[in-house]
Design a protein. Structure first.
Length: 445
């Protein structure tokens, strides 16, 4: 993409309405525009990152054997009356009447609808286990929408639902989700720590939230600092293997890590004092096992191998896809702007032409652009007639992890400059080496 043709409405000034750095940087980098409280348009740059995050979520869900599908945002209230949640959900639910005066609502989550689909089509244990998920817009009429996309009213969420014959199978589904979430967040360059949490309005016994540590986080968390040493890495897990998933679950949840809702001061005392941490975190996902709560309420039963009918065991699992943009920026920025992890960056590499209009510099940039593109990479070429300082400031603000700077002086010696956004380190090298280096970095992700 050529920057001269791209829609990137960067702001020079700090927007006064933004209280935290991720919100400020998303507005300044022209990623989003608020349309009303807690509701945003996603401008091209923001939309690109949203898609990258969504792609990772899709890939990791399907790697774990979960099936993508899509349910409507507008639902009839009937099912919610049946489950008892129409009233229980309270003021956060956006209620709508259609022209026939029928009660409708904008989905805040979809346990009822998926259970209705399940009960219409599945009657036998032979069709289990089954896990389906969607990535779909949700609406919750938050009392205090704030921090940009972190606490919006309209937000993009992955919600997945597992159906199993037995509690044991459903707990495997729970563990499997935990494993796949660990991989998902790590691919985005994030450390998200599973913490024992409270099940709130969804209901149920077992639940973990995934938290990204950040001072601006809304949750207070208590943990053993040893949890931050755990990494999932590139382990090859067989998602159907109960024992393997249970082992990962055990490894990542046996150290003390809890949100304030489930915090137990006496247990926390048992953590060695120098490892006790009290901090803040951003919730980027949550997994639940809730047994037969919805299947009983909605009469979703299956016939077991013994011929007996019993309510199916269920869980639901969410990832805050749009919130993740804010969380990643909170975790990865400096005073010049965003620093995208390679896994989610909107463009793989920036190209800065120090002397637009100079025949050699223009030709070198065009050649770089063509080579990177031929390797399947997406460069953003700043081809505007602007001063170098302004070009660098824009690149730093929008946070592409790598930048190739091209100028007549370097070209005389046959070199361009490759700069890491994260370290600020620049190395001069021939253009083809810079292309190879960038390609290698992404090939090894
Ligand atoms: P919170 O406690 O932050 O209100 P929640 O526990 O009610 O969130 P879940 O029902 O667990 O939310 O939804 C799954 C995920 O969706 C959350 O982990 C979070 O990342 C994201 N999410 C929830 N509410 C919002 C919101 N208002 N704006 C953006 N993302 C949200
Ligand atoms: Mg939650």
């Amino acid at each position: 993409m050529r920057l001269s043709r791209y829609f990137l409405p960067v702001l020079k000034e700090n927007p006064s309405e933004a209280q935290i750095v991720s919100h400020r940087l998303m507005l300044r980098a022209g990623m989003i525009k608020q349309s009303s409280a807690g509701i945003y348009s996603w401008l091209p740059l923001g939309f690109k990152v949203l898609r990258k995050i969504e792609d990772i979520v899709h890939e990791e869900q399907q790697r774990a054997g979960h099936m993508p599908m899509l349910m409507p945002t507008i639902q009839s209230a009937d099912l919610w009356h049946e489950s008892g949640r129409y009233d229980a959900f309270g003021a956060e639910m956006l209620r709508i009447k259609d022209r026939h005066d029928r009660e409708m609502l904008f989905t805040p989550t979809a346990e009822e609808l998926i259970t209705d689909i399940f009960r219409a089509h599945v009657g036998s244990y032979k069709d289990l286990p089954l896990t389906m998920y969607q990535i779909q817009w949700k609406f919750r009429d938050e009392i205090r929408p704030r921090f940009g996309v972190m606490r919006g009213r309209e937000f993009y969420m992955k919600d997945g639902y597992n159906f199993d014959l037995t509690k044991e199978d459903a707990l495997h589904a729970y563990n499997r989700h935990l494993v796949s979430y660990l991989r998902t967040y790590e691919r985005m360059g994030l450390q998200a720590i599973p913490m024992r949490a409270d099940s709130g309005a969804i209901g149920g016994d077992d639940t973990h939230e995934f938290l990204v540590l950040a001072d601006t986080g809304e949750s207070e968390v208590f943990y053993d600092s040893a949890v931050t040493d755990l990494t999932f890495g590139d382990r090859d897990i067989d998602y159907d293997d109960h024992a393997q998933c249970a082992a990962v679950m055990e490894e990542f949840t046996n150290l003390y890590a809890r949100t304030d809702e489930t915090h137990d001061a006496a247990l926390f005392e048992q953590v060695p004092e120098d490892r006790r941490r009290i901090a803040r975190g951003i919730e980027v996902g949550q997994i639940f096992y809730f047994g037969t709560k919805y299947s009983e309420a909605l009469n979703a039963v299956v016939q077991g191998p013994d011929g007996k009918q019993s309510p199916v065991h269920m869980g639901s699992h969410g990832i805050g896809v749009s919130r993740l943009l804010g969380a990643i920026i909170e975790a990865s920025h400096d005073d010049k702007g965003i620093i995208w992890p390679e896994g989610v960056t909107p463009f793989h590499c920036g190209i800065v032409n120090l002397k637009q209009g100079d025949e050699e510099a223009d030709a070198a940039c065009d050649a770089l652009y063509a080579s990177l593109t031929a390797l399947g990479l997406e460069p953003l070429y700043d081809d505007r007639k602007e001063r170098a300082g302004g070009k660098f400031a824009t690149m730093d603000l929008i946070g592409l992890p790598w930048r190739i700077t091209v100028g007549p002086r370097g070209l005389k010696n046959g070199v361009v400059e490759l700069t890491s956004r994260r370290t600020g380190e620049s190395i001069e090298m021939p253009p083809e080496d810079a292309v190879r280096k960038v390609a290698d970095i992404y090939a090894n992700l």
